[in-house]
Write a protein that binds this ligand. Structure first.
Ligand code: BGC
Length: 366
């Protein structure tokens, strides 16, 4: 079968015509026909060989971890999944260490050993191929009503995991035993798909949201922000301090730019009892001068929390699927407006080499 892959040896991208296509043998397994796969910054970095590991025995790695598929075969013990069902596969698979409480408890997103594998990223082929075999328990069922946007589930899970965690963290406030974020002042950094989907999830939770991003209005990102009832501020027009001055106590900042400098600068504008959430993986860029004493003093005097989060568990996937349904009811054009480019499998290099628009997707099959 066909798949879109990176060859780290000679740093090329190619459509491979003969990716092995295995038969469904596991009674608890399913065979998926991939429908759509989203492209993100992680794919771009893997494609430029900054990281990414092919599976054992392969000199290439099939790309893609933002998948959306149709079940075409289900083993006799695959639970409720049946051919014709729509699913989003989760990305990470557990390590095999029986002492890893995270993986033993089906939460490889918190894996302790670091020996987990990830589809399209580490040690497992990704979803940018015609068919995928997997265990039914790693597939999250998607209602047909969100078929046209279900490829956005995986990038939304980043935000959902972050906010599920933030809700738990804010239970530390004695008057907020359930950790509700409703009524919070939230700032989202970056109006890419992870930022805008995060902004939508925060609006749904009843937060007042400001999206702070590079682009100047008029821009489709600003239009989407307005459509969901959030405020858009361009970093070209206002410094973080000027942006924050118009808000009051900022309770939550969701960082979705991957800019380490901006993330730490935002600690200066985070409010009392606030949480700063990091989701980016900026990599090493050499030393930066930071006044650590001032930083720690400020954080301590304001009871602040710094939360970093990667990958997502089944709870975040299910929440993302439910929330996407709500987004489609509340803001149908805004959600659909996030998908700005559609490509065939053969054209996969274009959105990987050139990050135009908001979210680019590959239509593997229709
Ligand atoms: C994916 C995560 C993954 C992470 C690190 C992100 O782009 O959304 O699922 O864990 O990259 O590999």
């Amino acid at each position: 079968m066909k798949g879109a892959a990176v060859f780290p040896g000679d740093k090329t991208l190619r459509v491979v015509a003969d990716v092995p296509d295995r038969k469904l043998e596991s009674p608890t397994g399913v065979k998926l026909r991939m429908l759509q796969v989203g492209i993100c910054a992680t794919d771009r970095e893997i494609a430029s060989c900054m990281f990414g590991t092919p599976p054992d025995g392969f000199n290439y790695l099939v790309l893609g971890h933002e998948g959306f598929a149709e079940v075409v075969e289900a083993g006799p013990e695959a639970g409720e999944l049946q051919p014709g069902d729509l699913v989003v596969p989760t990305v990470r698979r557990p390590c095999e260490d029986p002492a890893c409480m995270a993986c033993v408890n089906d939460r490889p997103d918190f894996c302790v050993t670091g020996l987990y594998r990830e589809h399209g990223i580490m040690g497992m082929h990704g979803f940018l191929r015609e068919f995928v075999l997997g265990e039914a328990r790693y597939m999250r069922k998607v209602p047909a009503a969100i078929r046209d946007v279900a490829v956005l589930v995986e990038p939304l899970t980043i935000a959902e995991k972050a906010f599920l965690q933030a809700e738990r963290i804010q239970m530390r406030l004695p008057w907020n035993e359930r950790g509700v974020l409703q009524g919070s002042q939230a700032v989202v950094l970056g109006a890419g798909p992870v930022g805008l989907l995060g902004a939508m999830a925060l609006r749904l939770r009843g937060c007042a949201v400001t999206v702070y991003s590079r682009e100047r209005k008029p821009d489709p990102r600003a239009d989407i922000t307005r459509a969901i009832g959030a405020k858009y501020v361009s970093a070209q027009d206002r410094t973080p301090e000027e942006m924050a001055a118009g808000i009051g106590n900022i309770d939550l900042i969701y960082e979705a730019t991957g800019s380490s400098k901006l993330a730490f600068r935002m600690l200066n504008v985070l409010g009392r009892n606030g949480v700063l959430i990091l989701t980016g993986v900026p990599g090493a860029h050499g030393p930066e001068a930071v006044d650590l004493g001032a930083l720690i003093t400020n954080m301590t005097l304001k009871n602040q929390c710094l939360l970093a989060t990667v990958n997502a568990g089944n709870d975040a996937f299910d929440r993302a699927i439910a929330d996407l349904g709500e987004f489609c009811t509340l803001w149908p054009d805004a959600v659909r407006g996030l998908i700005t480019g559609r490509f065939t499998l053969e054209q996969f290099e274009t959105p990987i080499r050139n990050a135009a628009g908001i979210k680019n997707i590959i239509e593997v099959a229709s």
